[in-house]
Design a protein around this ligand. Structure first.
Ligand SMILES: NC(=O)c1ccc[n+]([C@@H]2O[C@H](COP(=O)([O-])OP(=O)(O)OC[C@H]3O[C@@H](n4cnc5c(N)ncnc54)[C@H](O)[C@@H]3O)[C@@H](O)[C@H]2O)c1
Length: 295
């Protein structure tokens, strides 16, 4: 099956990025969110990102227009009947994803693939909510989607070889490289990354060093392109906490317990760069302007 039309559920930073790379590859996209306003806002954000590329001479204005014309904002799941594949990229919350999976499954045609971009939630469990478990798979894009090469393909217990093949081929069409993982909490990438970021939160909480020095330590000492607190702000602290909670609960191992500082920032609504404040403060262009708080 070659993929002609993709549905994307959740028009946030990941859903917007997935819609953008699909449209850039010539695929029609229905971009959905909880309501039409949010779906339209998601498309507008893609338009702004592409405009910056036009301004820098990296993209022709006509190509920007053609790409955007392939993205149609929609509300709910009604328009997914004509999609070959739907990628869910909504908030990292189990009950939200279960409700979405049931609704999308009911709206989609038989044989169409239902993928999740979840960072940590069980693909097997989501598949079990649908009438098409063999067609459910994890397609875990990295942030920011247009720049990051990797897609982690997660095989649930029920995922068929055909589904795996079609999704692997789609990733190649999108210019991505895949790794394949079994269905365990956090898969490969977040199993490694989230304990590292959480440990940086503990280091800050214990007063081990300033946020700037923690980040500098990882950049200059480990050759990481971003420090852990900067990266946590980029991912979204709400998303990071949700993943840490899944790892903690599902493995039953206290080594994954989220730090209190992370919990407090999420409780304050300081979700990171997407809201302008997390460990650091950001301006409208997403540039870091300073520290968000003193311990
Ligand atoms: N942020 C990252 O670095 C990253 C990386 C890889 C995967 N992910 C995963 O991608 C998913 C989305 O993360 P994000 O960073 O884009 O979050 P986000 O907060 O930027 O966007 C989430 C979007 O989902 C929408 N949404 C919530 N409930 C919905 C519903 N019932 N129906 C439709 N839309 C709904 C929200 O309105 C919002 O637009 C999560 O599962 C997350 O774990 C995130």
């Amino acid at each position: 099956m070659s993929i002609q039309k993709v549905g994307v559920i959740g028009a946030g930073q990941m859903g917007g990025g997935i819609a953008q790379v699909c449209a850039a590859a010539g695929i029609e996209v229905a971009l959905s969110d909880a309501d039409l306003e949010r779906a339209e806002a998601g498309k507008q954000k893609i338009g702004k990102i592409l405009q910056k590329q036009v301004d820098k001479g990296k993209l022709a204005a006509a190509d920007r227009e053609a790409l955007l014309a392939r993205i149609t904002p929609v509300a709910g799941v009604g328009s997914f009947a004509s999609c070959d594949l739907v990628v869910e990229a909504a908030t990292e919350h189990l009950d939200t994803k279960i409700a979405i999976f049931k609704a999308a499954d009911a709206a989609m045609r038989p044989g169409a693939i239902l993928a999740s971009n979840t960072s940590s939630i069980s693909i097997t469990r989501l598949a079990g909510q649908t009438s098409r478990p063999e067609l459910v798979i994890g397609m875990h894009f990295m942030n920011p989607v247009p720049l990051m090469k990797l897609v982690e393909v997660v095989r649930g217990v029920q995922t068929s070889d055909d589904t795996y093949r079609v999704v692997s081929e789609l990733a190649a069409v999108l210019g991505k490289t895949i790794i394949t993982t079994r269905d365990q909490p956090g898969f490969v990438v977040n199993r490694i990354l989230v304990p590292l970021l959480n440990e940086a939160c503990f280091a800050l909480q214990e007063g081990l060093a300033s946020p700037e020095d923690i980040d500098q330590g990882a950049k200059l000492g480990l050759n990481h392109p971003m420090g852990p607190l900067e990266l946590a702000d980029l991912i979204g602290l709400d998303t990071l906490l949700a993943i840490a909670e899944v790892l903690h609960r599902e493995f039953g191992d206290d080594k994954y317990r989220p730090s209190t500082t992370l919990r407090n920032l999420v409780a304050a609504g300081w979700y990171g760069r997407k809201v302008g404040r997390g460990f650091y403060v950001y301006d409208e262009r997403g540039q870091k302007t300073g520290r968000a708080f003193e311990r």
